[in-house]
Write a protein that binds this ligand. Structure first.
Ligand SMILES: [Zn+2]
Length: 231
């Protein structure tokens, strides 16, 4: 009787430890300070798009455009919620002085589809890098030329995780690829940045706003949930 009780206890501990481990993000890069938490309950269930725009400036003095007339939307489907990791001028590679200071990290599980934040012509696709880091530092990525000397750059898809080809014309909201953790990504996320006058490293980033992100923050905060609203 006592033995079977102990056996059940051990089994329970084993099952619990296994299931806890399985929900932890796969992470082998502790230099990235922000870790995702996909088990968070959603706290954003309504759309507030009353932006309080006061010409907010970024860490190098460039001004964020008014979200009300922004050409950019969050790169995920309407009605869904996305949690940010690092955002504008925060830390690590997104800090002041870095070419990626105006980038946004959107934390999503591997395989989540992402869509064009703004339309344009696909000018570069890298699709053959390892899915789980190593290889080229951006991993697998796609660049969209917006036609006004600005470019949208989307990083870290799994190998063969890009859905478009060089030369394709994409409309805003068209499928571009899947979220992953290739290249310099310690955990699965989409790294999105807009740059100007070319996309060669070190590129010249520009601050952007999203016209459909709720709550209505002009500058998206780090580690914050945003609902993708209709606008
Ligand atoms: Zn990033």
């Amino acid at each position: 009787m006592k033995n079977s009780f102990l056996y059940m206890l051990f089994s329970l501990v084993f099952v619990l430890s296994f299931s806890c481990k399985s929900i932890m993000p796969d992470n082998n890069d502790d230099s990235i300070v922000t870790k995702p938490n996909f088990t968070d309950t959603l706290r954003v269930d309504s759309c507030d798009l009353n932006f309080n725009y006061t010409h907010q400036k970024g860490c190098d003095g460039k001004e964020y455009p008014d979200p009300m007339t922004s050409q950019y939307i969050l790169p995920f489907p309407e009605g869904t919620v996305v949690k940010t990791g690092l955002t504008n001028c925060s830390s690590s590679y997104h800090g002041a002085g870095y070419p990626d200071r105006y980038a946004f990290d959107f934390n999503k599980p591997v395989g989540t589809k992402y869509y064009a934040s703004r339309g344009g012509k696909v000018v570069l696709v890298i699709d053959d890098q390892p899915s789980d880091g190593g290889g080229e530092k951006y991993g697998n990525w796609v660049i969209v030329d917006h036609g006004d000397m600005t470019y949208g750059i989307y990083l870290h898809s799994p190998r063969y995780g890009i859905s478009v080809a060089e030369g394709d014309i994409v409309k805003q909201g068209d499928l571009l690829g899947k979220v992953g953790r290739s290249g310099l990504a310690g955990y699965p996320h989409l790294h999105f940045i807009v740059v100007q006058n070319g996309y060669e490293w070190p590129y010249d980033p520009i601050p952007i706003t999203f016209r459909n992100a709720s709550p209505a923050d002009v500058i998206l905060k780090s580690n914050t949930e945003y609902k993708v609203c209709k606008r």
